[in-house]
Design a protein around this ligand. Structure first.
Ligand SMILES: NC(=O)c1ccc[n+]([C@@H]2O[C@H](COP(=O)([O-])OP(=O)(O)OC[C@H]3O[C@@H](n4cnc5c(N)ncnc54)[C@H](OP(=O)(O)O)[C@@H]3O)[C@@H](O)[C@H]2O)c1
Length: 230
């Protein structure tokens, strides 16, 4: 299995690289030129294509021959960075490749997610400040995911809860919709978010799904064990 990680130098990207290498996969990745050195510890085990993740020429080269593409979708700036990244992957990845995208719970596929007032307030404030300073545009990630949802590729959009650092607690559990009691704890270790992304490459049950995930060790997951999907 050969996999490409788009955004490999970030925290999630590096965790995914380690999980993929541990499974014996060949790993290539894309990251910004100035971030290549963040990958020094892995440099003998991976191939890096330096460049912006929305650069179609870079993506075209990086995804060549890949069985899976793991994309960290981040809505940096106000020029449609996430949308262009997602579109490049959708257009240029090999026909049968499994395409896995990361985002947060705020993305909804069918409008049936139920959000707490706290999450709605956080998004409103974060969205306003992000746009004001032209740093982040949450609508860009929404548009990126809309295009993925409409695509007939073999995609999975993994929707992460609040993230924390720490040792792995195991493969997260998931639900179709935010608001499901199993997700109530709203916490996942970042290393396990990465584990879920890599595991999704070989889980056909997740094709064209948008699982919202939570730590399998969280209170809500343990309370509702069996009701959730593992
Ligand atoms: N943070 C959370 O609490 C949270 C919660 C739920 C879901 N998520 C999802 O998890 C994924 C990873 O998020 P993360 O917060 O954990 O971050 P992360 O893994 O550290 O990834 C951040 C990515 O953004 C890139 N980046 C940073 N500044 C940039 C810029 N100015 N222009 C272009 N690219 C830039 C980084 O590349 P460089 O290495 O080049 O800087 C890296 O690839 C995202 O899809 C996010 O929606 C996050």
């Amino acid at each position: 299995m050969k996999v490409c990680i788009i955004g490999i130098s970030g925290k999630l990207g590096q965790y995914m690289a380690r999980h993929a290498l541990a499974r014996g996969y060949e790993v290539v990745g894309v990251c910004r030129e100035q971030s290549v050195e963040k990958l020094d510890a892995l440099k003998d085990e991976i191939t890096v294509f330096p460049g912006a993740t929305d650069d179609r020429d870079v993506i075209r080269q990086a995804v060549k021959g890949c069985d899976g593409v793991l994309t960290v979708l981040v809505p940096w700036g106000v020029t449609g960075y996430a949308t262009k990244t997602a579109q490049a992957v959708l257009d240029l990845a090999p026909k049968d490749a499994r395409l896995i995208f990361s985002c947060g719970w705020h993305i909804t596929r069918d409008g049936k997610d139920k959000y707490s007032w706290q999450l709605k307030a956080l998004l409103a404030v974060f969205g306003f400040i992000g746009r004001l300073f032209r740093l982040v545009d949450i609508d860009d990630q929404v548009e990126a995911c809309r295009r993925v949802f409409e695509s007939d590729r073999q995609w999975t959009v993994v929707r992460g809860s609040n993230l924390e650092e720490g040792e792995s607690e195991g493969l997260p559990v998931w639900a179709e919709h935010v608001g499901d009691p199993v997700l109530e704890s709203n916490r996942t270790r970042r290393v396990d978010f990465a584990l879920f992304m890599v595991d999704a490459l070989t889980n056909d049950a997740l094709i064209r799904k948008a699982p919202a995930i939570v730590s399998c060790a969280s209170e809500s997951a343990r309370a509702h064990a069996g009701a959730a999907s593992a």
